[in-house]
Write a protein that binds this ligand. Structure first.
Ligand code: G3D
Ligand code: MG
Length: 255
């Protein structure tokens, strides 16, 4: 299939929402920062993630360029329950992150994060990638690759070890996940065409608003084209159990 066929009607690359999951401190925010600002030193001013943040980034796949809207949240128990439905809404992929030097962060994946994924999303339809971060700290390793691989076999996902500190495998990790997401969308699109439904429906699933997104409006609108090039970011903060858009180009959450 040609790259052209993957584009939305305006010729813009498709936009897919992916979410970061994992305990606090495993390096989720550092991984996103390393991807979107590769030249910035690791310990730039990464504020504790108190709510939800997202960043967008153009990525290459074998089938052409796509834009990823990457959502990042705190692994803090007190916020997670209220925020998770918003977090997973319209997500097409998830990166489950643990810290290879912290066995508990790996155990949390099966004890907590997989359960939340199942409760708040259509987990079978989400593309999943397991990421063991902090691979630069080999001497302090607590989680073997074998353990991680057997987790992946159990839950049906791909696996990579990364270092947000050195940058090792960070871009390949995001590209791997977005490649799976894009392949699935293309397959769904060609099935639609074959069955006579035709038309490009964003990235499949339950898209309602196809007016485009990315550069503005509802950050959860990942169904249209990606808007302009480049990247953007925004924040959704928790206020008395409700979510509201704030700052950046996030606009109203609409959730
Ligand atoms: P989180 O978003 O999952 O909560 P952060 O995690 O990105 O805030 O990272 C938590 C701490 O781990 C930070 O250290 C960060 O610098 C560090 N870190 C993240 N990724 C790596 C990595 O790949 N290697 C190493 N060695 N450290 C990493 P501080 O000291 O600021 O708490
Ligand atoms: Mg964080």
């Amino acid at each position: 299939m040609s790259g052209r066929a993957t584009s939305t009607p305006g010729g813009k690359p498709p936009l897919y929402k992916i979410v970061m999951l994992g305990d606090s401190g495993v390096g989720k925010t550092s991984l996103v920062a390393r991807l979107t600002n590769p030249d910035r030193p690791l310990n730039h001013d990464i504020s504790a993630t108190m709510g939800i943040e997202f960043d967008t980034q153009m990525l290459d796949t074998p089938q052409g360029k796509v834009k990823a809207q990457i959502w990042d949240t705190a692994g803090q128990e007190r916020f997670a329950r209220v925020l998770l439905p918003t977090y997973f809404r319209k997500a097409k992929g998830v990166i489950l992150v643990y810290d290879i030097t912290n066995a508990k962060s790996f155990e949390s994946l099966s004890e907590r994060w997989m359960a939340q994924l199942n409760d708040h999303s259509n987990a079978d339809e989400l593309a999943k990638l397991l990421v063991g971060n902090k691979s630069d700290l080999e001497a302090s390793r607590e989680v073997t690759k074998e353990k991680a691989i057997s987790f992946c076999q159990e839950y049906g996902m791909e696996f990579l070890e990364t270092s947000a500190k050195s940058g090792d495998n960070v871009l390949p990790a995001f590209e791997k996940l977005i490649g799976i997401v894009h392949d699935r969308a293309l397959n769904a699109q060609s099935k639609n065409k074959a069955s006579g439904h035709g038309g490009i429906k964003g990235v499949g699933g339950n898209n309602q608003n196809k007016s485009g997104g990315g550069g503005g409006g509802d950050p959860n609108n990942t169904s249209g084209s990606s808007g302009g090039g480049g990247s953007g970011s925004g924040t959704v903060k928790l206020e008395d159990g409700n979510t509201s858009g704030e700052g950046g180009d996030s606009g109203a959450c609409g959730c």
